[in-house]
Design a protein around this ligand. Structure first.
Ligand code: C2E
Ligand code: MG
Ligand code: MG
Length: 705
C-alpha cells in the first residue's frame, strides 16, 4: 500500500502528502506494536496483520493474508475463534476474551483477545482484533496460586514475620494448632506463644543458629490459646532479598504432642514399674548415681535401703496374685509416705524395694527414717475382705562410708537385708564391711568343703587306745583329716569349725561313721584282733538331730557284718548340749543297739558334772590339757586325780588322752588310770599301718611293775 502511493507522490497535494506521511507513521506503529493485530473480512479471512501477528504464528505475511489459519490451530480453538468472530461481526459489540492458542500443535499460549466490528466506507463489516499474550503473567499467577494453596492448605502451621519478627501472616493450620486466629496473631511477636518451659538460653541459641545458618530446626514447647502446652517440631528459615538482607522469617511447625506423649509413655514403661508406678531398677540406678555425685559435692551421706517383704510368697500362695498385687501397691504407697521429700523409692523386683535417702547429716537421721519404714510396713493392710499382716526386712548401707560404686551399694544393702532376715526379720540391719568379708570367706570355705566332700578329699587317721598295764589295744579313735590338693594334710581344727553350724557337718559326720564301719569290715576280713573298737567323734549338732538314731541304724544296716558294739561315739564335752534330756534319750536308744559312748575332753566344759551325771556314757576321756602338765603342775595333777576318782565313784571307765611320754603313763597308772591314748604310745596313722602297729606294740617295761 505504501509503495503504490510513492509512485504517485509527484501528483499529491500537501494535504495528501501529510496523509501519506501519516499512513507511513501508522504503518510503522502498526508493525512495531508488541501485540499482534489483525483485521478480518466478513468471511473471517485475514485482510491485514502486523509483524507481531506474523511472528506469533511463525509465518510470512503472504502465507497469512486471505486465509483463516484454520489448519494452524487445533479444531476446538478454531471453532471457538470463528464463533466469537461471527458473533462480533453480527452483533457489533466489543468482546474481550481469554483464550488458549496452540500454534502448529506445539506452543500453547494464553492470550487475551479484544475484537470489535467496524464498517468500511462502502458499508462492509470488518473485524479488528488485538491479541495480548498473557502467558507469562498466567504462569506467575499459577505459581502464586500454588504457593497460596500450599500456604493455606498445609497441615503445618506456617507463620511469616517481617525482619523485626512481627507476624505478618499465618495460615489456617496455625490457627487450628495454636487456637489463635489470623487477626490475633498478626502484629504479634511469635514469643506470645511461649510456654515458659524453655529457658531464655534456649531462645538465645535458637536466634543465634537462625542468624548464623539462615535456619533453625528443633522442638519447642508452646502454649495454645486455651492454655494447653504442646510440643512443636519447628523449622524457621530466614528469607533474604537480592542484597542478602533478611526481609522475612518463615516458620513451619508440626504438632508433635501426641508423638511426644507416646514417646513419654514408652519411656515410662522403660523406667517405671507398671504395678506400683514406682521407678524401676534402671531408673533407680540413674538416680542413685546422680545422688552419689551430689553427695560428694555437698559432702553429705546417702543411704541405700533395701526392703524385702517377709513371707510375701505365702500371701501370694494363700490369697492369689491379685491380692498380692494389691498388697504391693498399698505397701509402696506407705513406704513413700514414710520417706522424706527428696528421697526416692523404686521397685526392683517381686517384693523387693530400694529407697535412696539423700542429704543425711547423721546416722540418727537415717535411723529415724528406717524406724518409720519398719513401723509403716508392719501395719495391717486390708485388701478386700482380707486383712494382711506383713513385715519387712531392711538392709542399709551408707555412702560414702561404704565407698563403692552404685551397683555395689545395692549389693551391700541387699546383703545387709539378708542378714536382717537371718536375725529374725521385721528389722533393719546396717551393712558391715568386716562382717561381710567374714561372710564371704565363710562362703568360700563352705564351698571348698562341699567340693572336698564330693571329691573324696577327706580321710580318716586312726590313733590307738591301749591298756598300759595289760598291753591290750582296746580300740582306735578315728580322726578326720582333709587331704587338701594344694595345702596338704589339714587337721580338723582347720575346717571343722567352719561347718560347725552347717548341715554339712552332719553329712560329714555320717561319712565318718560310714567310713569307720567300712574300715572295721576290712580289718575284720584281714583277721585283725577285733577286740578293737573304733571311736568316732560326734558333733553336738549331729547328736541332737531328732532322727539321729534312725539314721545311725541306717548306717549300721549298710554294714550288716559289723556288730554295733564295735562302734564307740565320743561326745565332745566342750560343745554345748542344749537339751541334755533329749541327748540322754538318744544315747539310751543307741546303747540299746549295742553302741558305746565316751565323754570326750572331760573337764573342759562348763557342765562336766551335769553331763557326767545325766548322760549314759560309760567312758570318760580326761582332756589332754590336764594330762600334758600333770607332771609339773600340781593343780592339773589334782584335776586328773579328781576325774579318775569321779569316774570310779560314778562307775565309769576312764581314759587319759595326750599321753606324750612314758612318765605320763607311769604317773597315770599310779593314779589308777590304765587306759591311755597319746603320742607317747602312737600318733594317729593311716588305716593301713594299724594292723602292723597292733601286732608289734608292747607296753613300756616301766608300766609292767
Ligand atoms: P579329740 O577327739 O580330743 O582328739 C584327740 C586330739 O588330740 C587329736 O587331734 C589327736 O591327734 C590329738 N592328740 C592325740 N594324742 C596327743 C598327744 O599326745 N599330744 C597332743 N598334743 N595331741 C594329741 P586332732 O586329730 O587334730 O583332732 C582334734 C579334734 O578334732 C578332736 O579332738 C575332735 O574333737 C575333733 N575331731 C577329729 N576328728 C573328728 C571327726 O571325725 N568328727 C568330729 N566331730 N570331730 C573330730
Ligand atoms: Mg575324740
Ligand atoms: Mg579329746
Amino acid at each position: 500500500m505504501v509503495a503504490e502511493q510513492k509512485e504517485d507522490s509527484a501528483l499529491l497535494t500537501p494535504f495528501d502528502e501529510k496523509l501519506h506521511d501519516l499512513e507511513i507513521y501508522l504503518d510503522t506503529v502498526f508493525n512495531n506494536t508488541g501485540d499482534p493485530i489483525f483485521v478480518k473480512d466478513e468471511e473471517c479471512r485475514l485482510l491485514l496483520v502486523n509483524d507481531a501477528f506474523c511472528h506469533i504464528f511463525g509465518l510470512p505475511r503472504d502465507e497469512i493474508i486471505g486465509k483463516t489459519l484454520a489448519e494452524k490451530v487445533p479444531l476446538n480453538e478454531r471453532d471457538h475463534f470463528l464463533s466469537v468472530d461471527r458473533q462480533v461481526l453480527k452483533e457489533g459489540k466489543e468482546v474481550l476474551c481469554e483464550e488458549t492458542l496452540t500454534i502448529a500443535g506445539e506452543q500453547t499460549k494464553t492470550i487475551l483477545t479484544k475484537k470489535n466490528r467496524f464498517v468500511d466506507p462502502k458499508g462492509n463489516y470488518f473485524l479488528v482484533g488485538v491479541i495480548h499474550d498473557i502467558s507469562e503473567r498466567k504462569r506467575t499467577e499459577e505459581k502464586l496460586k500454588l504457593a497460596a494453596g500450599v500456604f493455606s492448605h498445609s497441615r503445618e502451621a506456617i507463620s511469616i514475620t517481617d525482619a523485626s519478627a512481627t507476624i505478618v501472616d499465618v495460615n489456617d493450620a496455625f490457627t487450628r494448632i495454636t487456637g489463635f486466629s489470623r487477626s490475633e496473631a498478626i502484629g504479634q511477636n511469635p514469643s506470645f506463644q511461649q510456654s515458659g518451659r524453655q529457658s531464655a538460653g534456649f531462645y538465645q541459641a535458637m536466634w543465634k543458629g537462625l542468624l548464623k545458618n539462615g535456619y533453625w530446626c528443633g522442638e519447642v514447647w508452646n502454649r495454645r490459646k486455651n492454655g494447653e502446652v504442646y510440643a512443636m517440631m519447628k523449622t524457621i528459615s530466614a528469607i533474604y532479598d537480592e542484597h542478602g538482607t533478611i526481609t522475612h522469617y518463615i516458620a513451619l511447625g508440626r504438632d508433635i504432642t501426641a508423638m511426644k506423649e507416646h514417646q513419654e509413655e514408652l519411656e515410662r514403661i522403660a523406667h517405671y514399674d507398671i504395678l506400683t508406678n514406682l521407678p524401676n531398677r534402671s531408673l533407680l540406678a540413674d538416680r542413685l548415681s546422680q545422688a552419689m555425685m551430689q553427695c560428694q559435692r555437698r559432702q553429705q551421706s546417702l543411704a541405700v535401703v533395701f526392703l524385702d517383704l517377709d513371707s510375701f510368697k505365702n500371701i501370694n500362695d494363700t490369697y492369689g496374685h491379685s491380692v498380692g498385687d494389691e498388697l504391693l501397691i498399698a505397701f509402696s504407697t506407705r513406704m513413700k509416705e514414710a520417706l522424706r521429700e527428696g528421697d526416692s523409692l523404686a521397685r526392683i523386683g517381686g517384693d523387693e524395694f530400694v529407697a535412696v535417702l539423700v542429704d543425711l547429716g547423721s546416722i540418727e537421721e537415717c535411723k529415724a527414717v528406717l524406724d518409720r519404714l519398719l513401723l509403716a510396713s508392719s501395719q495391717a493392710v486390708k485388701v478386700g475382705d482380707v486383712i494382711l499382716n506383713v513385715t519387712a526386712s531392711i538392709g542399709v548401707t551408707l555412702y560414702p562410708q561404704d565407698n563403692v560404686d552404685a551397683d555395689m551399694l545395692m549389693r551391700h544393702a541387699d546383703q545387709a537385708m539378708y542378714r536382717a532376715k537371718e536375725l529374725g526379720k521385721n528389722r533393719y540391719q546396717l551393712f558391715n564391711k568386716a562382717q561381710d568379708d567374714a561372710v564371704k570367706v565363710q562362703r568360700a570355705s563352705l564351698a571348698a568343703i562341699r567340693y572336698a566332700l564330693d571329691n573324696h578329699q577327706f580321710v580318716l587317721y586312726y590313733q590307738p587306745k591301749v591298756n598300759m598295764r595289760t598291753g591290750v589295744v582296746v580300740g582306735v579313735e578315728a580322726l578326720i583329716r582333709w587331704q587338701h590338693p594344694i595345702e596338704g594334710l589339714l587337721s580338723p581344727i582347720e575346717f571343722l569349725p567352719i561347718i560347725e553350724n552347717n548341715p554339712m557337718s552332719i553329712e560329714l559326720g555320717e561319712w565318718v561313721i560310714d567310713s569307720a564301719l567300712t574300715q572295721i569290715g576290712q580289718w575284720k576280713k584281714m583277721g585283725i584282733n577285733l577286740s578293737v573298737s573304733i571311736s568316732v567323734n560326734i558333733a553336738a549338732i549331729q547328736l541332737q538331730q531328732p532322727d539321729f538314731t534312725p539314721r545311725l541304724i541306717a548306717l549300721l544296716d549298710a554294714h550288716p557284718d559289723i556288730e554295733p558294739h564295735y562302734l564307740e561315739l565320743e561326745v565332745l564335752e566342750t560343745s554345748a548340749l542344749d537339751d541334755v534330756n533329749n541327748v540322754s534319750k538318744t544315747m539310751d536308744a543307741c546303747i540299746a543297739l549295742g553302741i558305746n559312748f565316751a565323754l570326750d575332753d572331760f573337764g573342759t566344759g562348763y557342765s562336766s558334772l551335769t553331763y557326767l551325771r545325766r548322760l549314759p556314757a560309760n567312758l570318760i576321756k580326761i582332756d589332754q590339757s590336764f594330762v600334758r602338765d600333770m607332771l609339773d603342775d600340781p593343780d592339773d595333777l589334782a584335776i586328773v586325780e579328781g576325774v579318775i576318782a569321779l569316774a570310779k565313784s560314778f562307775k565309769r571307765e576312764v581314759i587319759a588322752e595326750g599321753v606324750e611320754t612314758i612318765e605320763h603313763g607311769t604317773a597315770l597308772l599310779q593314779l589308777g588310770c590304765e587306759l591311755a591314748q597319746g603320742y607317747g604310745i602312737a600318733k594317729p596313722m593311716v588305716a593301713s599301718e594299724i594292723p602292723a602297729w597292733i601286732e608289734h606294740w608292747k607296753p613300756d617295761v616301766n608300766w609292767q611293775v
